[in-house]
Design a protein around this ligand. Structure first.
Ligand code: FES
Ligand SMILES: [Fe+2]
Length: 451
């Protein structure tokens, strides 16, 4: 199958200012940091590196979040060390002060009669807080697209949940792991799956979570089908169950780096792969709507039967997940466990993904790949992204940015199909389950707010 030329690999992965992919990404509202990293008015400034640009975030006295260039335009000291006071960030070197819009509001090192400060501005990007994330728009003002509300603008405070984890590889190869359903039958496997009792949900309908593990292990070479959508595409991995039924895991890709992973019964949680720069990624997890699992669908939690730890943000912390397992400690791989208990030998679930995606190197040379039929979805994602970058470079619009779309429609699903059931209807408004959840008030169609 197709592999990428070296030029296409560069096109796909590079995100700095002026690169075609970097310009495409700058047409979308971009997660910059977690709201909880700038918790209160005049709290400490935070370094933010985003799409290869060094920035500083601060919450001003009125509660607005500013996101500005890191280096002071006077002689370049870092504004990270600045004083966040009285609605602006004041440089520690000579006291120049900038507000959240980038205007220089004070230049105390110049004579009081000077009008020089009116001529000085710093780069400042607009921000919008939603779902626990501070989003920003880094493109030119005249191409600004509406904020895409995936459901977070109307989320009750108790359902707001966002986390962030750093990964030392390019954003595309990090994201490819989320569009690769076949690896769940390998990387994340453990021998104890064979001992999970059959609870009778191997039949058309929604299986229990523990039974899903069994299906993934039973059929380890899923057939993939991809369907383009207005937001990107959705795809399924089709597996035969021990009972001879058709099990599907359907996941979604939404431009430019959102993924919604298959979940029983429906998925609404976004995995977002935001480039820090070409060689580093922030993996965000974003809760977009409360999902009512009290109706019993899904059964016991997925990880209640797995022998894996799950890295979590510290309770009472700011949502940033600190990694215990990294390249430096070989992801804590335990060779005895790998021989006897688990496929990977790595104790923490996400670290299993990080081990394989980071070990490819900062940017994998895709001209060296040998792709198989199970790589269909990642091939589609690459093609769509490269085509969109070229289109924007030619003056076109970035896909999936219109305010006309209902961004709540980006959903995933996992199910055993009834006879004649089409997986393409799962998770759409035609899916009875989606309608049922509407009744429960889960899907609140508020108008999409511009920002
Ligand atoms: S370098 Fe910032 S005020 Fe002089
Ligand atoms: Fe994975």
């Amino acid at each position: 199958m197709t592999m990428l030329s070296t030029e296409d690999n560069e096109l796909l992965t590079r995100v700095g200012p002026g690169t075609p992919m970097g310009e495409l990404l700058r047409r979308y509202w971009t997660p910059a940091l977690l709201v909880s990293e700038v918790p209160a008015p005049d709290s400490d400034p935070v370094r933010v590196r985003l799409l290869g640009e060094d920035l500083v975030a601060f919450r001003d006295t009125n509660g607005r979040v500013g996101l500005v260039q890191e280096n002071c335009p006077h002689r370049g000291a870092s504004l990270y060390f600045g004083r966040n006071e009285e609605c602006g960030l004041r440089c520690p070197y000579h006291g120049w002060k900038f507000d959240a819009d980038g205007a220089c509001t004070d230049m105390p090192s110049e004579p009081p009669t000077s009008v020089f400060k009116d001529k000085v501005r710093i780069t400042a990007y607009p921000t919008h807080e939603s779902g626990g994330i501070v989003w920003t728009y880094m493109g030119p003002a005249d191409t600004m697209t509406p904020f895409r509300d995936f459901g977070t603008d109307s989320l009750e405070p108790e359902h707001v949940q966002a986390t962030k984890m750093h990964s030392t590889c390019n954003w595309v190869q990090a994201m490819e792991g989320n569009l690769d359903t076949s690896h769940i039958s390998w990387l994340h496997q453990f021998n104890g799956v064979d001992d999970i009792p059959d609870d009778g949900s191997d039949k058309p309908g929604y299986p229990s979570n523990p039974m899903s593990w069994k299906f993934w292990r039973h059929d380890r070479a899923p057939r993939l089908e991809v369907e383009d959508t207005w937001y990107g595409f959705k795809y399924v991995g089709i597996r035969e169950t021990p009972g001879g039924h058709t099990h599907v895991r359907m996941s979604a890709f939404c431009y430019p780096y959102h993924t919604v992973i298959a979940t029983v019964p429906l998925g609404v949680r976004h995995g977002i792969f935001v480039p820090v720069d070409d060689h580093n990624t922030h993996r965000y997890l974003l809760n977009t709507r409360p999902l009512d699992n009290s109706r019993g669908v899904g059964g016991a939690p997925l990880f209640s039967v797995a022998p894996f730890k799950l890295a979590r943000a510290e309770v009472g912390g700011n949502g940033v997940i600190h990694r215990e397992y990294t390249a430096e400690n070989d992801y804590g791989i335990d060779r005895e466990e790998q021989r006897n208990l688990t496929f990977s030998g790595v104790a923490e679930f996400v670290s299993q993904d990080l081990m394989v995606t980071e070990s490819m190197g900062p940017i994998y040379d895709r001209s060296q790949e040998r792709l198989g039929t199970s790589d269909k979805a990642i091939i589609r994602m690459r093609r769509l992204l490269m085509a969109a970058a070229k289109s924007v470079a030619d003056g076109g619009e970035a896909p999936a940015t219109s305010a006309e779309h209902n961004y709540f429609e980006v959903r995933s699903a996992e199910k055993i199909l009834e006879d004649g059931e089409d997986w393409r209807e799962l998770g759409t408004d035609a899916d009875p389950l989606v309608r049922e959840m509407d009744v429960h008030g889960v899907r609140d169609r508020t108008p999409i707010a511009g920002s």
